[in-house]
Design a protein around this ligand. Structure first.
Ligand code: GLN
Length: 206
């Protein structure tokens, strides 16, 4: 062991549709290398992946069209850390009844698309998130989903005041129903980068 700083982890942002640029900027601000992922080679080159907000139906279609759906499922099964925000959270849920294509899956949870109604019903609120220190997180919800049930070891990590689940985690998979990439709070991106760093370290000693 030396005290030399570890090389920055390489975190991909799925860049088929949605607000991938904002995520890439936030990841860079935390010290990670961020790359846009549109091809299998790019997907296979990353240590972790963010699936951004956007339109889950469109992203699911494009994943199939670009032949990325199966490879991504396999990488998740092999332990690739993945964080889905909003549409990305819908795609990571193993049960997403409102999606007209199969989800990627991986996270043991059921998620309800557009649970707050239409775009007009977007809102902002402060959340306490397990594992995020330093006070409440200002969360922006835009045509957001709600996690209606967690199972198979998935933990709810944030809830609205009425108890509805809006963030969850299981192993190396994270889901948030809101958009941390459009605030200037880097704590969730930093938490994901740390998860990716831990995964890289674990693989290296395995
Ligand atoms: N309503 C979108 C969907 O169902 C998600 C919205 C978002 O990502 N901001 O995919």
């Amino acid at each position: 062991m030396t005290d030399a700083p570890a090389a920055p982890v390489r975190v991909g942002v799925l860049a088929l549709q949605g607000d991938f640029e904002e995520h890439a900027n936030m990841l860079r601000a935390t010290g990670a290398e961020a790359v846009e992922v549109r091809t299998l080679a790019q997907l296979q080159s990353v240590d972790g992946l963010v699936i951004p907000g956007g339109e889950s139906t469109t992203i699911a279609r494009l994943l199939l069209a670009f032949d990325l759906m199966e490879p991504l499922r396999e990488l998740i099964a092999e332990g690739l850390p993945v964080w889905g925000t909003c549409a990305g959270a819908i795609l990571l849920a193993d049960a997403a009844p409102g999606l007209d294509r199969p989800s990627i899956g991986g996270l043991g949870m059921t998620i309800d698309r557009n649970a707050f109604g239409t775009q007009v019903d977007s809102f902002e609120t402060d959340l306490t998130i397990d594992g995020v220190e330093g006070g409440p997180f200002h969360a922006v919800f835009i045509r957001a989903p709600v996690i209606t049930e967690v199972h198979d070891g998935t933990e709810a990590t944030a809830r609205l005041e009425d108890g509805r689940i809006v963030a969850a985690r299981s192993g190396r998979l994270m889901a948030t129903c809101f958009h941390p990439e459009i605030t200037d709070d880097h704590r969730l991106h930093a938490a994901f980068v740390e998860l990716v760093q831990d995964a890289v370290t674990e693989e290296a000693v395995a």
